[in-house]
Design a protein around this ligand. Structure first.
Ligand SMILES: C[S@@+](CC[C@H](N)C(=O)[O-])C[C@H]1O[C@@H](n2cnc3c(N)ncnc32)[C@H](O)[C@@H]1O
Length: 294
């Protein structure tokens, strides 16, 4: 890879260099990627980058940009390089210990906010496999009457989620627990009762993980992807554990893999606590969220 050298490099020169490197590496839309990366590193929006094209980059910033471009060329996702990702209009800290929040997961938030609108009762929710905390933190941010438990088996993920809760001013209303889905709450007496259960658990099989693009497979935590032999392990565990914690009337909103709709609906039906089950599709018309009213 050609290096970005010399003093007095303008933003335009840095962008051209990065676009060249990205093109060589086979990255789609190289100029866009270069602008997005520089904008995030500079803390500017893209219009400012465009208007400031002839600005000379400070030497330190040029070096930081060069290092970021090298990481991107090797396949690292932009969110891990910048340490940030936007979810539902809020900025989340991320690192390689957590899944990068995905736009499809915003459907879970939409569905919960719709269910919650106009409700008078307080909401006590649980987010199982909270990762960066994107679901619990976003929901607590938008629902001031709600308190949450946020569970993850990864201590490192919980640290990231806690930092995000602090950043968005909702730390007082989220109780973080480490452990295996509902098992993590088993020692709390009396057991907390939830009228909201949300989860985006790991749902890929080993073969599906192997087939992922390297930029996901080699960078995002396996713990966040691996759904066991048939991809359904987490759903079985969550549904099995749920009956002890239900406060009616309530909502469960689960993100699912695009091919899992039928199997997970059947799993939900095998538990008697839902009176209504609905499958929501994402922007690509793929099955993505199961809503269960109990
Ligand atoms: C697909 S990621 C989702 C993270 C986040 N909720 C999101 O939407 O981006 C699944 C999360 O479940 C956690 N996890 C995996 N196995 C778990 C288990 N047995 N109990 C609790 N959490 C688990 C992983 O550490 C990971 O953070």
């Amino acid at each position: 890879m050609k290096s970005l050298t010399g003093k007095g490099i303008s933003i335009e020169e840095a962008l051209r260099w990065a676009s060249f490197c990205f093109k060589e590496a086979g990255i789609e839309k190289p100029r866009d990627e270069a602008e997005i990366l520089l904008a995030l590193l500079q803390g500017w929006d893209r219009l400012k980058i465009f208007l400031g094209r002839s600005t000379i980059l400070e030497e330190k910033k040029a070096a930081a940009f060069a290092a970021a471009v090298e990481r991107r060329v090797l396949g690292e996702p932009v969110a891990y390089i910048t340490g940030r990702k936007e979810f539902y209009g809020l900025e989340f800290k991320v690192n390689r210990e957590v899944l990068i929040p995905r736009p499809e997961t915003e459907l879970v938030v939409d569905a919960v906010l719709e269910w919650a609108s106009g409700r008078e009762e307080d909401i006590c929710g649980v987010d199982l496999g909270c990762g960066s905390g994107n679901l619990a933190v976003t929901l607590a941010y938008h629902l001031p009457q709600a308190a949450f438990y946020a569970v993850d088996i990864s201590a490192e993920a919980l640290r990231v989620a806690q930092a995000n809760a602090v950043q968005h001013g909702v730390m007082q209303r989220i109780h973080f627990c480490r452990g295996d889905y509902f098992e993590a709450l088993s020692e709390i007496e009396p057991p907390p009762l939830f009228n909201l259960v949300v989860a985006n658990p790991p749902y890929l099989t080993a073969a599906e993980i192997d087939a992922l693009p390297a930029t996901i497979r080699d960078y995002e935590p396996r713990l966040a992807l691996n759904g066991g032999l048939d991809g359904l392990k987490a759903y079985r565990s969550i549904l099995k554990g749920m009956s002890r914690y239900l406060r009616r009337p309530g909502l469960m909103a689960l993100e699912i893999g695009a091919s899992q709709g039928r199997d997970i609906l059947a799993l939900c039906r095998s538990h008697s606590f839902f009176h209504t089950l609905t499958l929501l599709r994402d922007y690509q018309e793929l099955p993505r969220v199961i809503l269960g009213l109990y």
